[in-house]
Design a protein around this ligand. Structure first.
Ligand code: SAH
Length: 505
């Protein structure tokens, strides 16, 4: 009989992907099966191997608890390493204990990995410390979704109302009017400060503050829906001073990142750190180019080139993937000088301990050729361009005009990404966004193939387009649209600077 797999009940944290524990990340990396709830941030799924099986519980917990438990048990019995990813901490109001009970009964080995609970994290991100020496020395947590038919677990509002200190209420949205009224009836001041936070710790966080008497009406007005957490007590007033998260410059803006996920990392993370609600919708992935003979010829002749020219980090990665499949030794690269367009391309080469001899600052063919000319006479100089299959002819033409002998090698091809593993694409189609960012003409084209950009702009008139530079803008104009902004410096940093500037005006 196959030995049983271990089940890890892992706390996914409250929403911000950065709040997963190290242990949780480690386990996700070796999961065979990941079973996750809607509350767990789907971005975390990227940590698991692409070959893992992903099982979603669905919206509003579409899959019943019994079925979830049965699935966990069946997968473990089949010898799989199962990560059961649950929002916040797995044991807090999440039925984690029931799942653990079932595993214990089946004698399936399990481990519970605590998570950062919304209880502490969500107030924090709303600028509210749960305790403060000047305000309280305790806090109480309860659910606002009580089943009062069960006397043993029913909430006693008469007692809760009397406890001093901060109160935190989970699952309190639907019956907000009832339980706030019950607390007042049982003696709490109607003036007690209270805040309700929807989707805390994420770019979608929304906070409403009021008093115990007014909050139900305010929340109804603002259409606050679950998941939301409520904080009651004087500490709510500290929000004015301590609201570090909601005061971030891009807070409240939903920004679509269309780069490949391997590349999107730092760009998406920077935007998130600036407070944006980032939707990562990678539109392209990289594969081998159609024409392979030219690459083989180029590898045989590497020694004959005076320059190897890389115009993107993708080009560097693709070239060295192929190079190291053929050669064991970096010295087989030969003695050519290396040119890299832009800092990201340069950084990728430096990872291989290769120094860049020339880094043209500007990205157009003419400007790059001018940088070469400034460096040396390029008449009869032999250059190897290692670029994407569909790159524009501007650069080789400009170099040839100056007398260079140019081999333009397609080292990789971009193809459309069609999977929507995290559901970000679906969210975009449902809810729109404030910005969609494009970092190359191919991201524009592939995004358009998948989402029909003009149609999307029509459906969501607030959607603005941000372009990294003129080549990318050209692709946007070609669709009959215009970018709302174009970065002055044609890097992701430049694009971020432009978005920040737009946010200020
Ligand atoms: N185990 C989870 C709680 C599960 S119960 C934890 O430890 O956080 C689900 C409730 O948690 C929601 O109804 C809401 O009250 C609260 N909650 C969880 N994540 C939240 C978030 N990001 N923002 C606001 N409330 C959240």
């Amino acid at each position: 009989m196959k030995s049983k797999g271990t089940v890890y009940l892992v706390g996914a944290g409250p929403g911000d992907a950065g709040l997963l524990t190290l242990r949780g990340a480690e386990l996700l990396k070796r999961a065979d099966v990941v079973i996750y709830d809607a509350l767990a941030n789907p971005e975390l799924l990227r940590l698991a191997p692409a070959t893992a099986e992903f099982i979603s519980r669905g919206k509003n917990m579409a899959m019943p608890q019994a079925e979830i438990t049965a699935t966990i048990i069946a997968k473990a019995k089949a010898g799989k390493t199962v990560v059961r990813l649950k929002g916040g901490d797995p044991y807090i109001f999440g039925r984690g204990a029931e799942e653990a009970d079932a595993l214990a009964a089946e004698k399936i080995p399990f481990e519970i990995v605590p998570g950062v609970s919304s209880i502490t994290a969500v107030p924090n991100y709303a600028g509210i410390p749960l305790t403060h020496r000047e305000h309280c020395s305790s806090f109480t947590v309860f659910t606002g979704h009580s089943d009062s038919a069960d006397a043993a677990t029913a909430l006693r509002y008469d007692q809760i109302a009397k406890i001093p200190g901060t109160k935190v209420v989970l699952m309190g949205t639907e019956q907000l009017a009832d339980w706030t009224k019950a607390l007042i009836t049982n003696g709490m001041s109607p003036q007690t400060p209270i805040a309700i936070v929807h989707r805390g710790t994420t770019g979608r966080q929304k906070t409403i503050a009021g008093t115990l008497a007014t909050i139900a009406a305010l929340a109804a007005n603002e259409k606050i829906v679950p998941p939301a957490l409520t904080i009651i007590g004087d500490v709510v007033k500290l929000r004015g001073k301590l609201n570090w998260f909601e005061n971030r410059p891009l807070f409240g803006q939903r920004i679509v990142v269309t780069r490949r996920s391997e590349q999107a990392g730092t760009f998406a993370q920077r935007l998130t750190e600036l407070g944006a609600d980032v939707l990562e919708v990678p539109t392209i992935k990289i594969t081998m180019p159609t024409e392979k003979d030219a690459i083989v010829d180029c590898l045989l002749e590497l020694n004959s080139y005076d320059w190897l020219v890389f115009t993107s980090a993708n080009g560097v990665t693709a070239f060295f993937d192929i190079f190291f499949r053929r050669f064991q030794d970096l010295r087989d690269l030969g003695g050519a000088r290396i040119a890299a367009v832009g800092p990201a391309t340069t950084a990728k080469l430096r990872e291989l301990h290769l120094q860049v001899d020339l880094m043209p600052e500007e990205y157009t063919g003419k400007k790059i050729a001018a940088a070469f000319k400034k460096y040396q006479h390029i008449d009869n100089v032999k250059m190897c361009l290692l670029r994407a299959e569909v790159a524009t002819p501007d650069l080789p033409e400009a170099l040839q005009e100056l007398g260079a002998i140019v081999d333009d090698i397609a080292i990789y091809k971009t193809v459309p990404e069609t999977e929507d593993a995290t559901g970000a694409g679906e969210r975009l189609l449902e809810a729109g966004a404030d910005w969609v960012t494009f970092t190359s003409s191919s991201t524009v084209e592939h995004f358009h193939t998948r989402f029909d950009l003009p149609k999307l702009v029509k459906k969501f008139p607030q959607l603005k387009i941000a372009s990294i530079g003129p080549e990318t803008s050209k692709a946007i104009f070609a669709l009959g649209l215009r970018p709302t902004l174009e970065a002055k410096t044609h890097t992701t940093e430049g694009l971020i600077a432009a978005l920040l500037k737009a946010a200020k005006t």
